[in-house]
Design a protein around this ligand. Structure first.
Ligand SMILES: [Zn+2]
Length: 168
């Protein structure tokens, strides 16, 4: 698997770092270093509540992908905002966690993150073993509070059965 997969046409104009498209949801330091693997709460809420793709920020159509960890499946929700299908296809090869190139979450915060507020999810992820990911294809989702993570919004498919769930 190449480390820098081909970039889909609709993402050509997005900023890149290390050959990878920087997702819209990914925060950056004041001098522009993208903090891959972190998510700002504001951006996460914006994507979830307005049904926007977390990579390209386009409105989602009737087919979207939620990337859920094994531990999310029992709750039928994930804190990761949805992706449009082309961004999901790109991300499963480009994102080190999804592509299985990293076996553990970073044990400490990103070095460039020292001056930035930490997202609600960050402490939970830190140094946890990397879990398997499951793309959950949905036509729609509800925004709920994640049952296992008080204060964290999540996209839920509890009320609307997903179109498909299959491990990566
Ligand atoms: Zn997209």
């Amino acid at each position: 698997m190449p480390a820098t997969p081909d970039i889909p046409a609709h993402l050509i104009r997005r900023p890149r770092q290390g050959g990878l498209v920087v997702p819209w949801i990914t925060p950056a330091t004041p001098d522009g270093v993208a903090l891959f693997g972190t998510v700002s709460d504001v951006a996460q809420h914006d994507c979830l509540l307005r049904s926007l793709c977390q990579i390209c920020r386009q409105p989602l159509s009737r087919r979207a992908v939620l990337f859920a960890r094994a531990s999310d499946l029992g709750h039928a929700c994930t804190a990761e905002p949805a992706l449009c299908p082309p961004c999901a296809a790109y991300s499963r090869h480009a994102c080190p966690m999804l592509a299985g190139r990293r076996t553990q979450y970073r044990a400490t915060g990103h070095p460039a993150l020292a001056a930035m507020p930490e997202g609600a999810d960050a402490a939970l992820r830190r140094a946890a073993p990397a879990e398997a990911w499951f793309p959950v294809w949905v036509a729609d989702y509800d925004v709920v509070e994640h049952p296992a993570r008080p204060g964290t919004l999540a996209a839920s498919w509890q009320r609307m059965p997903p179109l498909r769930i299959r491990p990566l």
